[in-house]
Design a protein around this ligand. Structure first.
Ligand code: BEZ
Ligand code: FE
Length: 287
């Protein structure tokens, strides 16, 4: 074997990692080695900088647990999560586009009837979202489950509140025979990503805004169709063009019409002004 020098170190490391199995792991690891070495050469990485990076990675691991995924947050703010969404969700032009999942989805949300209020008395302006789920040919899809979750009016998700022990601002709605759905909640606010960890420490050394625009998350996994993970964003809200995780897409910006007190779209009488948003989700059929 050749002993190491400046010129051959990358090839030596690539050859060694090319022995990984399965072959896909070898492909991933050899490309990673090539790109890491190219990065270090390009920026002429110093040993102090390398050590600071190792300490940052260790701190990111230490703060992570089953409720907090600081590495995923790092991927989000670096734009990597959105790049993966783009690479892996190539839908027809008229399909609803996907965006980032984010760290706050909780499995097993309770089923909700048409018009059910998933805010359950939490303070905020009532918001109805109504529409249809259809496929890219416009056929309405009955019995589609819309798994919905969002932050409260202070920007906090259930997963961030230690004291909460039942579903909060999340539910699974189902489309009716004609593909229609109606959900009731409160209007969300934009919020800052958590800044008390290593990602926040890095963001603090930049001019990057840590905020996400107001949004509601949807996960729609219907048989025969590509799984859709997306959000709806409130038109005119703050931070739409500076979303810290690059998740905002034009086709997902939705008008929240402010309506006077009176009957809501599900027929219930509202004593306060409320928002009504209309959105049709368009699913991409398989193959
Ligand atoms: C979210 O929308 O819930 C989210 C996404 C990425 C990072 C942090 C939060
Ligand atoms: Fe969110």
């Amino acid at each position: 074997m050749a002993f190491v020098n400046d010129d051959n170190i990358t090839d030596l490391a690539v050859d060694r990692w090319a022995t990984a199995r399965p072959p896909r792991l070898a492909e991933l690891m050899t490309a990673l080695v090539r790109h890491l070495h190219a990065f270090a050469r390009e920026v002429r990485l110093t040993e102090e900088e390398w050590l600071a990076a190792m300490e940052w990675l260790a701190a990111t691991g230490r703060i992570s647990d089953e409720k907090r995924q600081e590495f995923i947050l790092a991927s989000d703010v670096l734009g990597l999560s959105t790049l993966l969404v783009q690479l892996n969700n190539r839908f027809a032009a008229n399909a609803t586009p996907a965006t980032v999942l984010g760290p706050f989805h909780i499995d097993g949300s309770p089923p909700a009837e048409y018009g059910h209020d998933m805010s359950d008395g939490i303070a905020g302006t009532p918001l109805f979202i109504t529409g249809k789920v259809v496929d890219t040919s416009g056929n309405p899809l009955p019995d589609v489950i819309l798994d919905v979750w969002q932050a409260d009016a202070d920007g906090a998700y259930e997963a961030q509140l230690a004291e909460v022990d039942e579903a909060r601002l999340r539910a699974k709605y189902r489309t009716r025979a004609d593909g229609t759905y109606c959900l009731r909640t409160i209007a969300p606010l934009g919020y800052s990503i958590p800044l008390d960890g290593p990602v926040g420490q890095l963001i603090g050394q930049t001019g990057i805004s840590p905020f996400r625009p107001a949004h509601i998350h949807f996960l729609i996994d219907h048989p025969g169709h590509a799984r859709l993970i997306t959000h709806l964003f409130q038109e005119g809200g703050d931070y739409l063009d500076t979303d810290v995780v690059f998740g905002t897409k034009d086709a997902l910006i939705t008008r929240f019409e402010l309506r006077d007190p009176g009957p809501g779209p599900d027929g219930t009488d509202l004593e306060t002004p409320h928002f009504h948003a209309e959105y049709d989700f368009v699913l991409q059929p398989h193959g």
